[in-house]
Write a protein that binds this ligand. Structure first.
Ligand code: HEC
Ligand code: HEC
Ligand code: HEC
Ligand code: HEC
Length: 185
């Protein structure tokens, strides 16, 4: 019986090879134990012009395409040089091209699929505990529940020389391309 169970889980591991690799991958932002909810949940309150259109702005940004771009011929060629056969399945690439990657198997399998790319929670932290209106309106409570206000260091967790396509990173210039302020704040 025991042997069968072990074989079964080994089989699972092979079937989900990328997940097994994942267990050993170092996350760009592995830190807290809060859970992810996915960008759609944030969009409920961060979509309209009055709110600051954070969700549509993110959708238009390259960050939302970060998983997709790993499927290109360019990505495959870069991967091949590093012994990566499929960048969309390999932790060596996914750790900076998706959100929950680099945590544990079940965290990735949760509400936030790799397809979402680099989303809100990559920079602001896993949102389950801070996304309630009562918490969001209280800055200290939100921070205590895991909300992060990102800075240059957050960006450099991914925008660094480990990336095969790294380009010089100027924080102010890059921020200008992705900024999404709340009007009047
Ligand atoms: C139920 C509505 C709601 C949801 C869902 C929600 N937010 Fe918010 N959020 C708000 C409101 C309202 C504010 C403005 C708070 C204020 O300034 O009074 C805010 C503010 C923020 C801020 C700015 C905080 C500050 O102190 O400057 C960030 C960052 C943020 N939200 C990120 C997120 C992310 C990421 C998600 C998804 C995980 C999310 N929010 C989900 C309502 C929401
Ligand atoms: C350390 C984080 C990190 C890792 C690891 C990483 N990338 Fe990236 N990747 C980035 C960032 C950041 C950019 C955006 C580059 C820029 O604009 O400076 C990027 C851009 C890209 C692009 C877009 C091309 C372009 O000209 O901007 C491709 C394709 C790509 N990466 C493929 C890969 C592949 C394949 C792997 C794995 C072998 C990988 N990346 C690993 C962070 C990473
Ligand atoms: C979790 C990893 C990660 C983090 C954190 C991150 N980025 Fe990126 N960023 C990427 C990847 C990957 C790409 C390339 C996506 C593509 O080409 O589809 C990218 C692309 C970009 C681009 C588009 C390229 C360009 O210059 O037009 C900008 C702008 C950018 N990032 C700014 C930032 C800023 C500013 C921060 C910090 C506030 C940041 N990024 C944090 C992974 C990350
Ligand atoms: C690549 C990193 C990154 C991603 C992805 C990202 N943000 Fe932000 N966000 C930032 C940075 C940087 C700031 C500005 C921090 C500051 O004020 O210096 C910010 C600020 C905010 C603010 C506060 C604006 C204000 O005026 O106080 C809100 C609200 C917010 N983000 C929501 C979101 C939501 C919702 C998403 C996803 C749809 C998202 N962010 C995706 C990096 C990111």
């Amino acid at each position: 019986m025991k042997k069968k169970a072990a074989l079964l889980s080994f089989g699972k591991c092979l079937g989900l090879m990328s997940f097994c690799v994942l267990l050993t991958a170092q996350g760009a932002s592995a830190q807290s134990e809060h859970e992810y909810v996915g960008a759609k949940k944030c969009s409920i309150c961060h979509k309209t012009p009055k709110q600051g259109e954070q969700y549509p702005k993110w959708q238009e940004s390259r960050h939302s395409k970060a998983f997709e771009v790993l499927g290109t011929a360019e990505a495959k060629a870069a991967g091949a040089k590093l012994g990566v056969t499929d960048p969309q399945k390999d932790g060596k690439c996914l750790k900076c091209h998706s959100t929950a990657y680099g945590h544990t198997t079940d965290r990735v399998a949760q509400a936030i699929p790799v397809e979402e790319g680099v989303s809100c929670e990559s920079c602001h932290g896993p949102g389950k505990d801070y996304m309630k209106m009562s918490v969001m309106k209280d800055r200290a409570a939100a921070a205590a529940a895991g909300l992060k206000i990102p800075d240059e260091k957050t960006c450099l967790g991914c925008h660094n020389a480990e990336n095969p396509f790294n380009k010089p990173f100027n924080y102010q210039e890059r921020l200008e391309k992705i900024k999404h302020p709340i009007p009047g704040k």
